[in-house]
Design a protein around this ligand. Structure first.
Ligand SMILES: [Zn+2]
Length: 368
């Protein structure tokens, strides 16, 4: 078959085809000239000249060769029905079946995504703790409060919890928190509440919110235990530890969200909120919050040790659990030991009367 002969040894074959210029939908009957380049002619006028290397096969029905060109408008197409002419054209186009730009684009996106994933992991592991430390003090208070509001809603949703507001309990809680807050030198922008969740925990949210889960209240035996824990959380607030944590975890999930195309603010914060509640801050942040709490309890003339006893009652001995090395937060027994060491006997009356303490314990009970 002479169609396999080198192009240069024969006069360039011609043939007719249909051409769409990619600008209008008009189909043009054209003549093809297989010269140095593929020349597309209409009435002896050259409409276009495509380099063979740039010609790519496009989807087409059987019995037709349809091609596009990398350097032509994206929608430009040439349709060749003549099998011999089509064969001639194909034999000249070495890149005919190479990746079309669309597929190459997808490959590039996958490549970039992999690169992005690697760098995001690197940032999360190495960059964020540093960045969070530097960024936290720079976050404006108003923005922090807004973030706190979002985190607040997320926490309540995540734990199916609502604020307990049984009147007598609320009154006792406000009395306790106010005493601690004033002693801690924090202003009235601090908000706090008891949430109806059986998880024994307390936490601070950015923007000045401290929450106590009812589960912790249930395990507490006196007001000093709860006061110490609340003072600890106020310490986190004062040091803006939760803002730091949220930048860290929020940024982590923000970056992960970016990766998967989910950058809606609220879902991003779920991860951050969850971490705020369930895990602790750095060893240093915990140590400082404990120092703060011990100090506040001293100023209130109340013992600091009960908070440590409550925590110990909740977690048990942690050293036995083999967490010593990997744990990023101080062991409960070490915290208790420290609070015991730095404890002072009570020099003032209890923060709540026994009546008020009972009311606080039952703050999540709804009266009939
Ligand atoms: Zn803490």
């Amino acid at each position: 078959m002479d169609s396999h002969a080198p192009a240069s040894s024969k006069p360039p074959p011609d043939g007719s085809a249909n051409y769409f210029d990619g600008m209008s939908s008009r189909r043009r009957a054209v003549t093809l000239r297989l010269a140095d380049r593929l020349e597309i002619l209409e009435d002896e006028q050259t409409l276009a000249a495509w380099a063979y290397a740039d010609i790519r096969r496009a989807d087409s029905p059987a019995g037709m060769l349809r091609v596009s060109c990398l350097t032509a408008p994206a929608l430009a197409r040439l349709e060749v029905r003549d099998a011999v002419l089509a064969g001639q054209l194909v034999s000249r186009c070495a890149g005919m079946d190479d990746d079309i730009p669309g597929r190459r684009g997808v490959a590039a996106i996958i490549g970039w995504s992999l690169a992005a994933t690697v760098s995001i992991i690197a940032v999360v592991l190495f960059g964020l703790p540093l960045a969070a430390d530097r960024l936290a003090p720079l976050v404006p208070a108003a923005f922090e409060r807004r973030l706190g509001d979002v985190a607040d809603a997320q926490v309540k949703k995540l734990f199916g919890a609502k604020v307990c507001d049984n009147a007598a309990g609320e009154k006792a809680f406000v009395k306790l928190v106010t005493a601690i807050r004033e002693s801690a030198g924090l202003d009235t922008s601090v908000q706090s509440g008891v949430l109806s969740s059986s998880i024994p925990n307390a936490f601070a949210l950015p923007g000045g919110k401290v929450y106590l889960f009812n589960g912790l209240l249930a395990k507490a035996e006196n007001a000093d235990e709860i006061a110490g824990v609340l003072a600890h959380e106020l310490g986190h607030l004062k040091h803006r530890d939760s803002m730091r944590g949220l930048i860290h975890d929020g940024a982590t999930s923000f970056l992960v969200g970016l990766l998967f195309g989910d950058i809606t603010g609220s879902s991003v914060l779920i991860f951050g909120s969850r971490t705020l509640v369930t895990s602790s801050h750095s060893r240093e942040a915990e140590h400082n919050a404990d120092s703060f709490a011990i100090d506040v309890m001293h100023r209130l003339g109340r013992p600091a040790k009960p908070a440590g006893e409550l925590l110990f009652r909740v977690t048990g001995k942690e050293r036995d659990k083999g967490l010593t090395i990997i744990s990023s937060h101080p062991l409960t027994e070490d915290r208790l030991a420290r609070m015991s060491r730095e404890d002072r006997p009570a020099s003032r009356p209890p923060l709540l009367t026994s009546e008020e303490w009972r009311s606080l314990k039952s703050i999540c009970e709804t009266k009939i």
